[in-house]
Design a protein around this ligand. Structure first.
Ligand code: ADP
Ligand code: 5GP
Length: 198
């Protein structure tokens, strides 16, 4: 089971890249997080996120259901143990789309995971993308830009940096990282063992 962590300032294009990446690599599945934020138009419960209320989320925290969780711009987000256990059983690869707090926690729990931070081409372009998406109020956009500034300060801790200037190029670069991850010895262990067994 290969694990890939993707983070970026809100509005950079991370979800857009993830969608395309999973079309290219069907064995790579999105780790579906739990969140207390409301669904955006088109977001389906259980596909984009498991949408829960705050009481449900807090109950999951106290039941130790999360590998990691974080508060982001006023809402809770978390990765469940169940998600990872299920992926292990089904032998699929998992892509975590998380903030920098979640990325650090996942990297600590799974050091073999590949981490990538996606950079916006500029602050102006990031702001434009967030506004053009038309999914957040002005107040939330400002909050997300402020959080984004802090997140960028942690970007150097990631294994790889990819700039999402031209979308196709960014998708290709993240796709290359995933292919590289699959070539790691650990992921090829079964093939190696078959060759070595008499
Ligand atoms: P994130 O998941 O990082 O918050 P999204 O994937 O929702 O960001 O993308 C934010 C907005 O930017 C969307 O409207 C998306 O269509 C647009 N977008 C993504 N990548 C690019 C790009 N390379 N050039 C222009 N617009 C882009
Ligand atoms: P959005 O509301 O734009 O979907 O997500 C806001 C931020 O929360 C993004 O940076 C996204 O990657 C992050 N996020 C989504 N799911 C999780 C999760 O399970 N854990 C953490 N720590 N962050 C998450």
């Amino acid at each position: 089971m290969a694990l890939m962590i993707l983070a970026a300032c809100s509005g950079t294009g991370k979800s857009t890249i993830v969608r395309e990446l999973m079309n290219i690599h069907p064995q790579l599945k999105l780790s579906v997080s739990h969140t207390t934020r409301a669904p955006r138009p088109g977001e389906v419960d259980g596909v984009a996120y498991h949408f829960v209320n705050q009481a449900q989320f807090l109950r999951m925290i106290s039941s130790d259901d999360f590998v990691e969780w974080a508060e982001y711009a006023g809402h809770y987000y978390g990765t469940s143990h169940e998600m990872i256990e299920q992926a292990k059983e089904e032998e699929i690869d998992l892509l975590f789309e998380v903030d920098t707090v979640g990325a650090a926690a996942l990297k600590e729990a799974y050091p073999e995971a590949l981490s990538c931070f996606v950079l916006p081409p500029s602050w102006e372009e990031l702001e434009r993308r967030l506004r053009d998406r038309q999914t957040e109020s002005e107040e939330v956009i400002q909050k997300r830009l402020n959080v984004g500034q802090r997140e960028l300060e942690s970007a150097h801790k990631f294994d790889y940096l990819v700039t999402n200037d031209h979308l196709e190029k960014a998708i290709e670069e993240v796709s290359l990282l995933y292919r590289g991850l699959l070539l790691r010895t650990r992921e090829r262990q079964a093939a190696l063992e078959t060759l070595l067994s008499p």
